[in-house]
Ligand binder design. Structure first.
Ligand SMILES: [Zn+2]
Length: 115
């Protein structure tokens, strides 16, 4: 699991605003859903002009930038020699989720209850 992982992320980043796909990779789909039900994640649209995490951060041009290509949002590596694969963001995944400000994380262990 993964509520612990969520807490780790929040602690590390303050209030992490991460693309839905990244949350899924970090904590798993079930936990994302549980956290949303519990009101711990705020959603906003993922838009061109934003950023998308790289698997191996560091270097000029990372993290990936979100651009619009032929009506789709694509995360592209900004490095001259691309270090990270492009990621096409499905419409259904075009969401950025951030930890809701002011949630009481000390309740987290029992609260979200996902495994
Ligand atoms: Zn990159």
């Amino acid at each position: 699991m993964t509520v612990e992982r969520f807490l780790e992320l929040v602690e590390r980043h303050g209030s992490p605003a991460l693309p839905l796909a990244t949350w899924r990779a970090e904590v798993g789909e079930r936990t994302v859903q549980a956290l949303r039900r519990a009101g711990w994640l705020e959603s906003r649209p993922l838009l061109p002009g934003g950023w998308f995490p790289c698997p191996s951060p560091g270097g000029d041009g990372c993290p990936r930038r979100l651009v619009e290509l032929r009506g789709e949002i694509v995360a592209v590596c900004g490095q001259e020699i691309e270090q990270c694969a492009d990621v096409v963001i499905a419409d259904a995944d075009a969401e950025v989720l951030a930890a809701t400000p002011g949630i009481d994380l000390r309740d987290a262990g029992s609260g979200a209850g996902a495994g």
